[in-house]
Unconditional design. Structure first.
Length: 313
């Protein structure tokens, strides 16, 4: 049983069928925990009857409907409306184990904890999908990998945005998920890394287990080609926005022409060029962020990487 209450926010877009499959597991976890947790469905302007479904079959679940599809950014305003000081953000395509909540919340007794991420399996309940992540900028680019040690509670690069618990006040202090990365990808990485740079910690908790259907929502919106460009663009935006080590920045800039040509020759497509120029259109926003937030960063990139990749916890 958890000692603290939380607000559980489930992001939904045209996912009525997913809510039918997955929402009961969240309710079961709340009942198992025995505490008055709040469940909120944040609906991104669905047209499939999702809101009507919630109102009819789950009247105790709070509904926050959006007028347009704001993607992950819809969480930002919704978290402000959450009743409790800790929030669990969930995708609508997740089933959780009944003890999921208590394992996430137990870490927030420590003052410097920003977020706690979970262990994700695929829908088959066998294939491991997400565990602890390490990070490296050694090749002047973002490189993050899952570790083999998936059963040890430890620090992690970032908490998956749709399967993790957050300190509400810290989340809002950062500003939540940055619209810079819309429609999706890397915004949860960016959020966690901003927390790390401020001196807060992100934890991987392997006992908090969920089962993910995987791209069940995103697959309805974008093609594989579009997803590739968005992902590549947002990785560039992450680096330009967050890395403050002069050596890492200079090396990255010097290698960009090579990477543009190499990616084109390797794939015989212009996806990297498209991603690069889409990112360049946001360079003014990047500059404004760096100018405004440099004073909030307490840890260097080197120190953050060292803590994240350490085996101690």
């Amino acid at each position: 049983m958890s000692e603290k209450s939380c607000s559980i926010l489930i992001l939904n877009y045209n996912g009525k069928s997913l809510l039918k499959e997955c929402l009961p597991s969240v309710i079961e976890a709340v009942n198992y925990d025995g505490i008055d947790h709040e469940i909120i469905v944040v609906d991104n302007a669905s047209t499939d009857g999702s809101c009507e479904f919630i109102r009819t079959y789950y009247p105790r679940v709070k509904l926050i409907p959006q007028t347009t599809n704001k993607y992950l950014v819809a969480y930002n305003e919704s978290v402000k409306k959450a009743k409790y000081n800790h929030v669990i953000l969930l995708n609508n395509d997740l089933r959780v184990k009944k003890d999921f909540i208590q394992h996430l919340l137990r870490h927030f007794d420590k003052e410097d904890i920003f977020a706690v991420g979970s262990k994700l399996y695929s829908w088959d309940r066998i294939t491991l999908q997400a565990t602890r992540r390490t990070v490296s900028f050694s090749k002047f680019s973002l490189d993050s990998k899952y570790t083999n040690n998936s059963d040890k509670c430890s620090y992690t690069f970032f908490a998956e945005g749709g399967a993790a618990a957050f300190d509400k006040n810290k989340f809002l202090k950062i500003g939540g998920f940055d619209p810079l990365f819309k429609p999706y990808y890397v915004e949860d990485t960016d959020l966690s890394y901003n927390a790390w740079k401020r001196g807060w910690k992100v934890i991987y908790e392997p006992k908090a287990i969920a089962f993910h259907k995987g791209r069940a929502s995103i697959g309805k919106i974008s093609t594989e080609k579009e997803l590739r460009i968005i992902f590549c663009r947002n990785r560039l935006l992450f680096y330009w926005k967050n890395i403050t080590d002069k050596r890492l920045l200079l090396g990255h800039i010097m290698l960009l022409p090579y990477r543009l040509v190499a990616a084109t020759l390797r794939t015989l497509s212009l996806y990297y060029f498209k991603a690069f120029f889409q990112a360049m259109l946001k360079i003014k926003d990047i500059y404004q962020f760096r100018k405004k937030n440099a004073k909030n960063f307490r840890f260097s990139d080197e120190k953050v990487v060292k803590i994240i990749n350490s085996e101690t916890f």
